[in-house]
Design a protein around this ligand. Structure first.
Ligand code: PLP
Length: 433
């Protein structure tokens, strides 16, 4: 048994669900076979606990657009750690980063911070609630694990299944939050209008774009309706921010929210999330209590400042989006050549596809075969600037080989399940716990 698998067996017994982030649960990739733990990572390479080296074409959850172990960012962080991560005083980097964020987002007047995206979302909701009388919330997207968000599932287990994983219930969420948060679907203006009319909505929080293509007209309509109905509009750019554009995606398309959050790409692997907002809204939060010891850590701010410098220097958003477009084009060609039907979607920098038939089985097969070739791969990629053409071409060659295997198995009438050496990967929370 490899060391990773052995450790996972132990972890499952002493950590509920086995780990801390659903997206890194091994059963989402290759149950019983996924190496699960890393000993080190560099650029686009990851070593497991047995020191086996993999080329990573999943790439964490999009935290490292400039590659793992980025030298300049790590050096900046290490230099500050040597001068202490913490002290009685505050670190100056929190103010420096606020200035930088406001230079980028000129519509905003103030900044707050968190470590995680879910925290940043909860903070944004609290700040917004300081300014509105109508306390109900409309959501479109994934916004973390906190009560305010999960309350959408109370009494309707599947309300979040289009925004989150299927099968997530509402255990542990107090019943009195029922009907305080209501989902709407992207591009569905009618359902959005109904919510506004009948659900006493004071706050709208949404991802600007995720798996479906961005619809600027829809976003503008949402903005107009929020203005007309005295609703605060929050864009959750924890994942989309700094990936396709320097700053938020909303800047590229010029649809301006009242508050916005950025995380993941901002710290290149270090924990930092920002909430930026219009001054008249942000300032009201001074009447509320929003405070936490480790928000004063120096590491995240230092990493973010250096990451902004490196991103600007490299124009990382252009590079990763261009590479994503190339990969999308090649996936389409490979699928066509092998007569496999797939649907390609997602931001260019986070390209993904689904198999139109037997999706979970073929996705598991792809991961299984790619792992044999020492690749970490599934049906999406969070692209980094280190995914250089030479690596991408080799990866695509392997994808072509696997698509051909699928194609041959279809021609030979082989039961797709017989392709899998283990269990099929999960797509439902119910199966993961
Ligand atoms: C749009 C969005 N919001 C919030 C979150 C939650 O962030 P975290 O996992 O850091 O709490 C995520 C994470 O994937 C996200 O994509």
């Amino acid at each position: 048994m490899n060391k990773g698998k052995k450790l996972w067996e132990t972890s499952k017994k002493i950590i509920p669900n086995g780990n801390l982030l659903l997206s890194k649960h091994p059963d989402l990739y290759l149950p019983n076979k996924w190496p699960t733990y890393f000993s080190k990572a560099n650029k686009i390479f990851v070593w497991d606990l047995d020191n086996v080296k993999y080329t990573d074409f999943i790439f964490s959850v999009g935290t490292n657009t400039l590659g793992y172990c980025n030298k300049n960012i790590d050096n900046a962080v290490i230099a500050n750690i040597r001068n202490s991560n913490m002290a009685t005083f505050n670190c100056p980097e929190e103010s420096k980063l606020a200035k930088e964020m406001l230079k980028i987002h000129k519509w905003a007047g103030m900044v707050k911070y968190a470590r995680t995206g879910a925290e940043a979302n909860a903070i944004a909701i609290r700040i917004a609630r300081c300014s509105v009388n109508k306390k109900n919330i409309a959501i479109c997207g994934y916004h973390g694990w906190h009560d305010w968000y999960m309350a959408a599932n109370i009494g309707k287990n599947d309300n979040l299944s289009e925004h989150l994983l299927k099968g997530i219930g509402y255990k542990g969420i107090p019943n009195y939050l029922k009907d305080s948060v209501h989902p709407f679907n992207y591009n569905d203006l009618n359902s959005f209008k109904k919510l506004i009319k009948y659900r006493n909505i004071g706050i709208v929080i949404m991802e600007v774009a995720r798996s479906v293509s961005i619809n600027v007209k829809f976003l503008r309509e949402v903005r107009n309706l929020c203005n007309k109905n005295n609703i605060i509009l929050i864009f959750d750019e924890c994942t989309s921010g700094f990936r396709e554009y320097f700053g938020g995606l909303h800047l590229k398309y010029n649809v301006i929210p009242d508050l916005a959050m950025f995380g993941k790409a901002l710290g290149n692997g270090y924990a930092i999330n920002t909430i930026v907002g219009k001054k008249n809204i942000m300032i009201k939060s001074e009447q509320s209590f929003i405070s936490s010891t480790f928000w004063t850590e120096r590491v995240g701010y230092t990493a973010a400042l250096q990451t902004l410098t490196e991103m600007k220097k490299n124009k990382s958003w252009e590079k990763i989006s261009k590479m994503g477009r190339f990969i999308k084009k090649k996936w389409a060609e490979i699928a066509k050549k092998n007569s496999i039907k797939i649907k390609i979607q997602g931001l260019d920098a986070i390209p993904s596809f689904i198999f139109l038939e037997n999706h979970l089985i073929y996705k598991t097969f792809l991961t299984q075969e790619m792992l044999k070739k020492k690749y970490l791969a599934t049906n999406f990629i969070f692209i980094s600037t280190e995914h250089k053409k030479e690596f991408v071409l080799k990866y695509l060659k392997n994808i072509d080989y696997i698509f051909k295997k699928i194609s041959n198995s279809i021609k030979a009438n082989i039961n797709p399940k017989d392709l899998i050496d283990t269990e099929i990967s999960s797509s439902s929370f119910k199966r993961l716990n």
